[in-house]
Ligand binder design. Structure first.
Ligand SMILES: [Zn+2]
Length: 86
């Protein structure tokens, strides 16, 4: 279990894909064991529709962290973000 698996699982939760109960439980357990990580967020730019799942200390995939969320680097616009809870 690592961040990348959590990101993928979060993406599937948001797309309402069917997950085995154990997948959600494993993701929830990983996050409980790593409280500093916080929950992942689905970050989305409403201008170019770029989106990705990020933890609060990450900026990747064309997004830059700000004090209150993320900015789309390409559009230089504030990105919408939605916290994902397992
Ligand atoms: Zn954008």
């Amino acid at each position: 279990m690592d961040r990348q698996i959590i990101r993928e699982t979060a993406g599937r939760v948001l797309r309402s894909e069917d997950l085995a109960g154990s997948e959600k439980e494993q993701a929830a357990q990983f996050l409980r064991e790593n409280p500093a990580l916080g929950n992942p967020h689905m970050v989305r730019c409403s201008w170019c529709h770029e989106k990705t799942v990020l933890f609060r200390d990450e900026d990747m995939g064309g997004f830059t962290r700000t004090r209150h969320g993320w900015r789309c680097t390409k559009c230089d616009e504030h990105a919408a973000s939605q916290e994902v809870k397992f």
